[in-house]
Design a protein around this ligand. Structure first.
Ligand code: MLT
Length: 384
């Protein structure tokens, strides 16, 4: 008889956003005001649409048809990310194009030994815990990130950690790490011989030039960090699916083997390259016109964040240089408030406890909503 991967029993009954989707489905006839999942709502830019159409037309013609892509991604796209996102600090060969960060997150588990001690922020994006557990790693330490510690946990008493997950701007709290905070993690990683998995999915929402958009802005980080990047929130590719993983040449395991070389083995074995359509769209998103449109859309979402933050009466964190707001419910249960908002006002939010134990008593609001939804929802959210 086939034996089940026993770690699956440790996962919740259903993934957070599946659970929310189930609860939403109870109101099929209603127009719901969606401030829940961080899903983009604004259309793709004109250059992206043209590139997608052109790429699709090429696939329909015998002379221009192409099949498999390079498993590591198109050279032109890797070069464009190197220049436009990392300003040449990261070379194209260190950038691996993927079908999105969530899939990278799952695949990269295979790099690490199951006995690794893993640390993650609490609250954090639920896929970090899920993917870690599915891969058989059971030694997980949760670092409390609360308003009391300004979302920066005390790192002085940590045991030996092998792997850290960090996300900035943070999902769900909206906290953005400054250079000093990132440096403290990098120095612990250096001392422990640990590796940081830095999630930069929301980097394009950082408007303040004094804040780091990438971990590679900090000296010494190339020897300790992987970085996940994404077109999802930056360019509205949540449905198109395109991301990347940076694996620096300077990154080595404890036994001296190259992480990048192992990543190439995993990628070539488990992945056949991102979709040719998505990669054509990604290149267009990084064109001057594509980036200009993305910046305008980012401003639209950030105006939503500003409206929400300005109008709520409850203590609210994030929403500045970050598309998520973290609302302190003053001791109320986050699922109870979620239910009340959904049932009474048809507003979809995300209960903080879905991101970890420290999220209980909080509610996450997403600014990726349509402006009309934000304005209508505000009317009720102000009563909280
Ligand atoms: C979220 O709402 O936390 C994210 O958008 C979900 C995701 O990126 O998978």
């Amino acid at each position: 008889m086939a034996r089940r991967n026993h770690t699956l029993a440790q996962l919740k009954e259903s993934y957070l956003f599946e659970e929310i989707a189930k609860r939403k489905a109870r109101f099929p006839q209603d127009q719901l005001l969606n401030l829940g999942i961080g899903d983009t709502t604004q259309p793709l830019s004109a250059p992206v649409i043209s590139a997608l159409q052109e790429a699709a037309a090429k696939l329909g013609c015998a002379t221009t048809y192409t099949g498999y892509e390079n498993a590591f991604g198109r050279t032109l796209l890797r070069e464009a990310i190197s220049q436009k996102i990392y300003h040449g600090k990261i070379s194209p060969e260190e950038i691996f194009i993927s079908d999105g960060s969530k899939c990278d997150l799952a695949r990269l588990q295979q790099l690490f030994h199951p006995e690794c001690m893993v640390a993650m922020q609490d609250p954090s994006y639920p896929a970090y815990v899920g993917a870690t557990k599915i891969s058989g790693k059971e030694r997980i330490i949760f670092l409390s990130c609360t308003p009391e510690n300004q979302f920066a946990p005390d790192l002085s008493e940590l045991p030996q950690i092998d792997l850290f997950y960090l996300c900035s701007p943070n999902n769900p709290t909206g906290h953005v790490m400054d250079h000093e905070e990132l440096k403290s993690y990098i120095s612990i990683a250096q001392k422990n011989g640990a590796i940081i998995v830095f999630d930069s999915a929301y980097a394009s929402f950082i408007g303040d030039p004094s804040l780091p958009r990438s971990i590679y802005e900090i000296e010494g980080s190339k020897g300790v960090a992987l970085e996940m990047g994404s077109f999802s929130k930056m360019s509205g590719f949540t449905g198109v699916r395109l991301g990347w993983l940076v694996v620096p040449k300077e990154l080595y395991f404890q036994d001296g083997t190259s992480v990048r070389e192992d990543w190439m083995k995993i990628s070539a074995t488990c992945f056949n390259g991102a979709s040719n359509l998505a990669q054509a769209g990604g290149l267009a998103a990084l064109s001057e016109e594509g980036m200009k449109t993305s910046r305008n859309i980012t401003e639209y979402y950030m105006e939503n964040a500003h409206l929400l933050k300005r109008s709520l009466h409850l203590p609210t964190y994030g929403g500045k240089n970050a598309p998520y707001l973290w609302v302190d419910l003053g001791g109320k249960s986050s699922w109870e408030v979620f239910e009340q908002l959904l049932c009474d006002y048809k507003i979809v939010t995300t209960p903080g406890v879905g991101f970890g134990a420290q999220g209980e008593g909080f509610l996450r609001l997403s600014a990726f909503a349509q402006r009309e939804h934000v304005e209508q929802a505000l009317h009720y959210l102000q009563r909280l």
